[in-house]
Design a protein around this ligand. Structure first.
Ligand code: 5AD
Ligand code: SF4
Length: 466
């Protein structure tokens, strides 16, 4: 989401004469788009600000203009001016469409003020009524993959998470504006669109009929109406918002790729309750079964938190067991990080750092093995690979299989942005290696990844391929 927002902010500043620079050293304006999800991410802002300090002479309105945007800006607000007086503008994630106004005002102040450091900085961290998306310029995208933000904010209030406080209440963009943006992206060459939202499957956008559409219906419309759109994915989802229509879409819409990021956070019912997730371990297992029934080829990704307050050894073992039972193709796992103002941060039963480290290590070791098993299962099979970028070596392109696995292939540069059938010939730790098969226009079906986990194997044997 921050990558998407950063691109939009660069587009907003283009009419003012700004263009992207390779290095902050020669920039007229330095914008930090920040993340507040964990303490590490948040603290990065201050160390990065420290690095541009010399150029800025510790005074506002001198040197490069400094803008702090994103969720740290939203959460810390004026505190950022106190800790870093060289910051000129603070801007929240819901108000970044106002960036040109603030930058112009700051430019004017610079031209007129003689005592720069005494001038107050500008701050806008409101949750405005006007929809931000209506005020954004049409996106410009390069290459075959694109992000499209369709939903923002979250009403789930998981006990550990700052997102509902920084991104605000759930908001879904209207269907027509999503379809129009998708068409524009495809006209610019995009073939693979990732639909974005903090809780994207809670999407409930208004259609032109006045009806509310869920994500499944939106995906069907994108697949039917946007000619040239080959691949659709979405991230990130909450298990409770996975409705029947969306599950069915995984089996019925060929453009919806067989990859789903579905965070579970923990495999223990007590911890899930303390997290206020609103689902149990078995709810998640059942959901995965339904999804695999709809699309037996589906591979899963997830998020895990190690050492949430109240998590004991048994709870941790339950998480390991859930991971072993389900089998994930990839996952993100984090040590619990207390976030100011969230209920979990005030919990008495915080877990010692070394226990969190040990548990995270065990979770990651298991997930790493599962990713390796998924990659190994691809060996010898053929997949349509969409080439996204050049590889490190001459004559090499990198693309992705429908399961989102990266593949290195020796291929002509003319195949960039195209799909071609590739047979997987080697398996690395972070990617696959493959050889081009036949004609780039070939549309052979995807070979399923048969991953050897009890739940996956059971489901794959029972059902036909989607
Ligand atoms: N500590 C650790 N991980 C967190 N996440 C969200 N909040 C926290 C926190 N306080 C993780 C969750 C979420 C992902 C985006 O970040 O796993 O799904
Ligand atoms: Fe945070 Fe996701 Fe929970 Fe929303 S659903 S509160 S974004 S973890």
């Amino acid at each position: 989401m921050n990558v998407y927002d950063s691109a939009r902010m660069a587009e907003l500043l283009a009419p003012l004469g700004y263009e992207a620079s390779d290095s902050p050293d020669n920039a007229d304006l330095v914008l930090f788009n920040t993340c507040h999800i964990r303490e590490n991410a948040s603290e990065k802002l201050y160390s990065e600000l420290g690095r541009i300090k010399p150029a800025k002479a510790e005074a506002r309105n001198h040197g490069p203009m400094v803008v702090v945007a994103g969720c740290v800006a939203q959460a810390a607000g004026e505190e950022i001016f106190r800790r870093a007086p060289q910051v000129d503008i603070i801007l929240g994630p819901q108000t970044y469409h106002r960036l040109p106004e603030l930058v112009s005002a700051s430019e004017r102040t610079r031209m007129t003020t003689s005592r720069p450091s005494k001038t107050p900085g500008m701050i806008d961290i409101a949750f405005p009524d006007e929809p931000k998306f209506d005020a954004l310029p049409a996106p410009k995208n390069e290459g075959p993959t694109a992000f499209l933000s369709i939903q923002e904010g979250c009403d789930k209030f998981c006990a550990f998470c700052v997102v509902p406080y920084t991104r605000g209440a759930e908001f879904s963009r209207p269907v027509a504006s999503v379809l129009a943006e998708a068409k524009l992206l495809v006209a610019q060459g995009a073939k693979d669109i990732m639909l974005l939202g903090q809780n994207v499957n809670a999407y409930h956008g208004e259609a032109q009929t006045g009806q509310e559409w869920g994500l499944g219906r939106l995906i069907r419309a994108l697949a039917d109406d946007v000619e040239g759109l080959e691949r659709i994915r979405y991230t990130t989802s909450h298990p409770r918002d996975m409705d029947e229509d969306l599950i069915a879409a995984h089996g019925e819409v060929p453009a919806l790729m067989p990859f789903l990021h579905l965070p579970v956070q923990s495999g223990d019912d007590g911890v899930l309750k303390a997290m206020n997730r609103g689902h149990s371990r078995d709810d998640y297992r059942l959901l995965v079964e339904k999804l695999r029934k709809a699309c037996p080829d589906l591979v899963l990704s997830s998020d895990f938190i190690a050492g949430h307050p109240g998590e004991n050894d048994r709870a941790h073992e339950n998480t390991l067991k859930l991971i072993a039972d389900i089998g994930f193709a990839q996952a993100f796992s984090f040590k619990y990080s207390p976030r100011p103002g969230t209920p979990a941060a005030a919990h008495d039963d915080q877990i010692p750092e070394e226990t969190k480290n040990k548990r995270l290590f065990e979770i990651q070791a298991l997930l790493k093995d599962q990713q390796a098993a998924h990659y190994a299962a691809c060996l010898g099979k053929s997949y349509p690979v969409l080439f996204e970028r050049k590889g490190r070596y001459e004559g090499q392109l990198i693309g992705r299989t429908p399961h989102y696995f990266p593949v290195h292939v020796s291929a002509a540069e003319s195949l960039m942005g195209q799909s071609a059938m590739v047979q997987i010939a080697s398996v690395g730790t972070a990617s696959l290696g493959g050889v081009l098969q036949h004609d780039p226009q070939s549309t052979s079906p995807t070979d399923p990844v048969h991953f050897d986990s009890p739940l996956a194997t059971e489901t794959l044997q029972e059902r036909p391929s989607c």
